[in-house]
Design a protein around this ligand. Structure first.
Ligand code: CMP
Length: 188
């Protein structure tokens, strides 16, 4: 199974309970690589934009009020089969129905305050990481390079190595990289 990325949001209820460290450690123990992580306090507009797909649902207003109640931690995760594995680790949306040992069973309170958000598909995982400007590029170290990213225009002038080879890290969009598998040796 190819490497995938997915987004975790540690929601305000979990941050209030001060369990964000436990959740990140659990994800690391499950084999996820944390490719980016940031604490942020969502504005109403950000919350409404993120959950726009639920705009017509009766719980939309309550969900956005909750998500803006305090800080969240947004985490871009990577591993093979990341989307499904993450969903298995967090458990059912409603903590009361989640399996024992899952993150939502351990730390969630109810279907609204359920500790973490999870992406429901690989496509949405990438989109949702992008929504928070998290890990939008490949970022694997390019072992053939000693230079920092210079960009395609500069590299074209030298005609010695491609700009990708000269980059200190791969700067290809992750989605393109995952599709073509040719952006650098590390992620090929
Ligand atoms: P999440 O994974 O963030 O995706 C959408 C969220 O909507 C979901 O987790 C829940 O927190 C929330 N949600 C889903 N169903 C309900 C509900 N019936 N009442 C309140 N919130 C809900």
């Amino acid at each position: 199974m190819a490497s995938q990325r997915t987004l975790c949001i540690i929601k305000p209820d979990a941050v209030e309970k001060r369990v964000q460290g436990h959740i990140v450690q659990r994800l690391l123990d499950e084999g996820f690589k944390v490719v980016a992580l940031r604490q942020t306090h969502l504005s109403r507009g950000q919350a409404e934009g993120f959950y726009a797909v639920h705009r017509e649902r009766p719980f939309f207003d309550e969900l956005c009020t909750f998500m803006t109640r305090g800080p969240v931690v947004v985490v871009a995760l990577e591993r093979d089969n990341a989307v499904q594995h993450y969903r298995d680790v967090i458990g059912a949306t409603d903590p009361a129905k989640a399996a024992a040992g899952t993150v939502r069973k351990l730390y969630g309170s109810n279907v609204g305050e359920n500790a973490v958000h999870g992406s429901d598909s690989e496509e949405n995982g990438l989109k949702e990481c992008g929504y928070f400007s998290l890990a939008t590029t490949c970022s694997e170290p390019n072992t053939s390079a000693q230079w920092r990213v210079v960009g395609p225009r500069t590299a074209r002038k030298t005609k010695q190595r491609s700009w990708k080879q000269r980059a200190g890290v791969c700067a290809m969009p992750w989605a393109a990289c995952a599709t073509c598998r040719s952006c650098c040796r590390a992620c090929a």
